[in-house]
Unconditional design. Sequence first.
Lengths: 414, 414, 414, 112, 112, 112
Amino acid sequence: MPELDAGSTAWVLTATALVLFMTPGLAFFYGGMVRGKHVLGMLMQNVFCMGLVSVLWGLVGFSLAFGDGGKYIGNFDFAFLKDMQNGALQLPGYSDSYVLVIPAILFCAYQMMFAIITPALITGATADRLKFKSWVVLLGVWSILVYSPVAHWVFSPKGWLFQRGALDFAGGTVVHINAGVAALAIVLIIGKRRGYPNEPMPPHSLPWTLIGTGILWFGWFGFNAGSALGANMLAAQALINTHMAAAAAMLGWLVVERLKDGHATTLGGASGAVAGLVAITPCAGFVSAMSAIVIGLLAGAVCYLAIGIKRRFGFDDALDVVAVHLVGGITGSLLLGFFADTKINSLGFDGVLNGGGGELLGNQAVAVGATIVFSFVVTYIIAKVIDMTMGLRVDEAAEHEGLDLSQHAETAYS
Amino acid sequence: MPELDAGSTAWVLTATALVLFMTPGLAFFYGGMVRGKHVLGMLMQNVFCMGLVSVLWGLVGFSLAFGDGGKYIGNFDFAFLKDMQNGALQLPGYSDSYVLVIPAILFCAYQMMFAIITPALITGATADRLKFKSWVVLLGVWSILVYSPVAHWVFSPKGWLFQRGALDFAGGTVVHINAGVAALAIVLIIGKRRGYPNEPMPPHSLPWTLIGTGILWFGWFGFNAGSALGANMLAAQALINTHMAAAAAMLGWLVVERLKDGHATTLGGASGAVAGLVAITPCAGFVSAMSAIVIGLLAGAVCYLAIGIKRRFGFDDALDVVAVHLVGGITGSLLLGFFADTKINSLGFDGVLNGGGGELLGNQAVAVGATIVFSFVVTYIIAKVIDMTMGLRVDEAAEHEGLDLSQHAETAYS
Amino acid sequence: MPELDAGSTAWVLTATALVLFMTPGLAFFYGGMVRGKHVLGMLMQNVFCMGLVSVLWGLVGFSLAFGDGGKYIGNFDFAFLKDMQNGALQLPGYSDSYVLVIPAILFCAYQMMFAIITPALITGATADRLKFKSWVVLLGVWSILVYSPVAHWVFSPKGWLFQRGALDFAGGTVVHINAGVAALAIVLIIGKRRGYPNEPMPPHSLPWTLIGTGILWFGWFGFNAGSALGANMLAAQALINTHMAAAAAMLGWLVVERLKDGHATTLGGASGAVAGLVAITPCAGFVSAMSAIVIGLLAGAVCYLAIGIKRRFGFDDALDVVAVHLVGGITGSLLLGFFADTKINSLGFDGVLNGGGGELLGNQAVAVGATIVFSFVVTYIIAKVIDMTMGLRVDEAAEHEGLDLSQHAETAYS
Amino acid sequence: MKLITAIVKPFKLDEVKEALKGAEVHGMTVTEVQGFGRQSGHTEVYRGAEYQIDFVPKSRIEVLVEDGDVQRVLDAIIDTARTGKIGDGKVWVVPVEAAYRIRTGEAGEDAL
Amino acid sequence: MKLITAIVKPFKLDEVKEALKGAEVHGMTVTEVQGFGRQSGHTEVYRGAEYQIDFVPKSRIEVLVEDGDVQRVLDAIIDTARTGKIGDGKVWVVPVEAAYRIRTGEAGEDAL
Amino acid sequence: MKLITAIVKPFKLDEVKEALKGAEVHGMTVTEVQGFGRQSGHTEVYRGAEYQIDFVPKSRIEVLVEDGDVQRVLDAIIDTARTGKIGDGKVWVVPVEAAYRIRTGEAGEDAL
Ligand SMILES: Nc1ncnc2c1ncn2[C@@H]1O[C@H](COP(=O)(O)OP(=O)(O)O)[C@@H](O)[C@H]1O
Ligand SMILES: Nc1ncnc2c1ncn2[C@@H]1O[C@H](COP(=O)(O)OP(=O)(O)O)[C@@H](O)[C@H]1O
Ligand SMILES: Nc1ncnc2c1ncn2[C@@H]1O[C@H](COP(=O)(O)OP(=O)(O)O)[C@@H](O)[C@H]1O
């Protein structure tokens, strides 16, 4: 039985706090972009994830994601966090080269933060029109029926995608593709914001968006480097890769934006950084720092261009969750098939550019495809049922008045 | 002589930074709730604690709290941080199962952050009318005459409440009950804000309050999990308990609020989370994660209802420090008497629900009572003397004009 | 060959994240002080450093700073981070008592954060008039021609100032004096803001400045305590020193301000804290906590008074980068010549007050002087060339309209 | 010359602006105001306390027009600003004795 | 019909609103404005530099009234807005040639 | 008595204020407004989408003056607010039937 490592425990404790902090960060990244009458609604939809998802995770979510229930879903062994108080507990599949040197309950807490922020990402797409009551229901159901299974497939050593050899260091599929696809499914049902696209809907406070970006970047070090689950060379590599990709993506986005629109905007700089962070998420612990720069540059440019998709197909993904998280997640997950390098991480595989041939790329494609199909279908059904029963969307008066007043009887500023 | 443990040192260094960050977080949690002409006054009252209390802590505060001066107060052995530069120093009482595996000066720095935020909590009650000059004096005196003794009683292994077997993992009595009672004593002297309760005094910027909440929740991991003073299973347990209680309390508050007022508000979500963090503070390292959820749910509901107290008794606790910190602190400290579990922490005791009988509950009640009485009486005297000499409260014109202009010759926004 | 230490790695991973977070913190510290039409321009100039400087650091900056190229500049051995993926890599000069117990690539990432924030500090001086395109060029060139060499001189054990025995724990010369002098050189070229000094230019949102201050203080623990490159007594000492100096400087500034202007302002409290953090930066790991308090008090008072310099000499250092960073950095670097104590850090030297005579003080003076001369001359040339070619400054219409609209086609609030 | 002042619902501002352009009005000045009237405000909740906000956000539009254009402009405003729901607002006309364009000093109709 | 415009101290706004309700005024429009007058502004300090702010925040109230109500409304405003301290503000009356309720198109007194 | 209303460029406000002081005007009331006119607004970019902002920030100045002072005040405003560039704004004059100082109840010229 392995000793707990204090240094690794210290780092994962820190990383857990960092990832928790990302959800308020995301709330402000989004909140600054909406109009002033909807900002509290947006903040609340995000912060509320910290409440509801956490409790559900403790009751069943974690157990369904990491319990020993076969390839497709966990089980109820750890429901109500049973046995988790035991410091010597070994989680199913975490043995040999995957053995945990941190307390199992810390791993559970760390993973909980991923479960919280994933659905929060969706709220950017449904901005300004999602009924709070319906979000509460959607959130709870989605967290159990969509998040836990996908997390099991990819993160748990018992999961089919993990065993198939698909790589996802910190959640390119589980978090970003998953949330991005779900966002798409929901906006197809909820429809466009009134006035979109004719009426301009400028961000009410870009400084909020910028501080949110700073918090996200900061927290992402916990998200990616923490996924090494130890304080070691791999964590250091993941950290610098995360940073380099964010930096390069900021440049990539700004350059393309400047060429196409004539200006490098602050929102563009912020959006590019986030796009890079998304794309590097699956790759962080498997590629070199120089590969991270290339991945970032590409992600910044690709995600900027992907914003055109919603116009082309005429859906209203208000804050571009599809362009940044779905497209960014796919970009990273597939590029990993090219850049993965076993010299960086011997538990990984070599990508096309490192002599590994197309096998990894194929597995990545399977993981991407499986996540897209599953998440889209299940999310669509859940959202449809809620829409038909309680209604996903606020009524016209409420939308004019704003979510802050209509949903929460508050005004943000006075 | 024990070796320093690098992992534990790493975690407590981090935790110290996290707790420091809570004070600006609190400043904004409060600052968003006041009107725009008072926001700088509020921020300053909080941030100033980081200045004055820190220096006093180095000069005498720490020594009075952790020096070997008997059961009721420390002594001057560590005044001016004498000997603290010695890496091998052992603090009085920190031996055997309590031996420190981190540098004594780091423990001193960590505890300093608690000494800073505790009086800062008071400022929420006296919002919009406290004279800055008087706050400076009150703060300095209170920190030495009230905070250090209570910290000695409860935190120091030499203190009478510690030795009596009262449990307080991270400051339910020392921090929250202490500050909450002090706030009550001071508002009884300073009186109501002009216009209260007739004139509505809506928060001028709830987004500030929300970002403050995010920072507080993030920092609280350092506050509670850091109190394990090591990177180990206990820290992990404290971290997940802290999070689960905050999450459950958010739900608890929102549900009751929704039922009573018809709306689940963002301020309610934020307030509930803070109430849960307060209540779990004494319990974090002594209870199971499921107990933490129950404690949180109860705290959220109880603190929401406790807001009615000020209306019932007609005092003006502007931002509900009594309802959240005093009531929340009492709730957590007493519930610990039921939920404490030696399987979680062998240095603790079993509560009523774990076969420990009523003994712990009794000791908890004694700790709560002693803190309330001592803090109320001494604070009342200090505040009264200041009020009679220099005046606690700004004059009418200054109150109309706002603290920002009248106290600091500044305006927050222009 | 030394083992990597997990605890130290955990702490430096954390410290790296903390220092990264300082740049957004700085952006808001500055952003709150400018007028509303320039705030995005300010935020962007800062956040953009996280993009451009990072990539350049990976390509050549790090190698020029820490490569084995002799006393004055590194070389290209680590260009494109060559060899840095090797966990066992030893960096030139980091042997014996300086041996690294953390991965070299983590050291590289940690140092990158210093390279990012240093030029960002400059933007406070050029507020409201710097052309973004020109900043992009200036930033890139400056980072390579000015930052890397000075970092080599002082931080690398191969550098001439390091070898001469000048002490700089975390960047008093490399970061603060360097940026402060560069700011001065640039403002001499770019000239005054239109309307300065006749027209009042009040901060548009001091709360932004306050939250920036909170983030800076928090992050500075990573900046200074992280520079111990380990989780040990030295880090703990550096942490408490950092905090004590900030606290004392806040008091120092406020007292002098109160006496001279009649009010203790929130901006004064924030500015004082930052001044103390600047001054303690070179000293953090070499002095006692009580010395840190004295250094802080002096720095707070001195920097406040130094604000008069710009009026006396009639240049427009918009946000007082000279007074806070140049003067504060000099103050700290020279005071270290008095307060340095080998009982705190045996790798340092004793200052005048600890029986070391004037030798250290002399070396500190040399380091200060060399940094000032080199940074001023090279920065002046770079800025002049840019000004003559593309122009450093926006035209009159753009300045009236604001940087947000003219440079980025955005408005901060709507 | 006359000054027409209209109080309208904010989300109607853009439509009214377009309508005025249509009515060959070359300029207007708009102020964000708080209106009180038959249309009731709203209730906010703050930690268990409910309070009533009587004022409703409105847009105040000022248009200087030649005497001959008054009716056309009034109609344009009234037609586009109307939703038929309470709170649509008011329009009133005040006599103007003189008007100038600052840039040129032109007076009267030429000032518009 | 007349338009009464009053500049008052912001903290008096609520009282004035209640007084107008009392005087059977069914509506008003309020604007946040900056006033300059005998009442001096204030001084702010910014890093050792003092600067003078001449303007004082005021509330600007507009009320359309029938001719017969002018005096009553003026009295109501003046009585409640007065503190006797410098800076209490001004009230003035301007003639209105026409007024309409947008919702219904009603004109004149019916528009109020 | 007359009410002079001027719409000027915000950065000209301080100059105009000083000029009015010079013209022995003892008070004025200023409102931040959005102007629409010949001066075109600006274009903003938001994630690849361009949108046009028609309105331009302006300052609206109101000055109550005795009949005899009207011309002097108009000149002072027009001269100082003029930059010669499009968008300098308008000034207009409206008749005032009565004016009072709230503090004292003084009417007419004494109210100023
Ligand atoms: N007597 C008045 N004087 C000035 N403004 C008024 C007056 N009455 C109403 N208003 C303005 O018109 C707006 C709409 O009036 P209201 O009575 O709510 O609805 P309606 O115009 O449909 O009768 C009010 O919010 C206020 O701004
Ligand atoms: N001539 C004027 N024209 C327009 N508004 C004025 C004029 N004089 C004063 N005011 C407004 O009235 C407010 C109060 O005037 P002030 O001279 O300060 O006090 P008082 O009304 O007691 O004489 C000013 O802040 C300004 O808003
Ligand atoms: N007919 C009008 N009624 C009211 N305000 C107007 C009118 N025309 C212009 N304005 C105001 O004057 C400002 C300047 O007018 P504009 O046509 O842009 O330039 P200029 O005054 O140089 O002709 C506008 O922004 C608007 O605020």
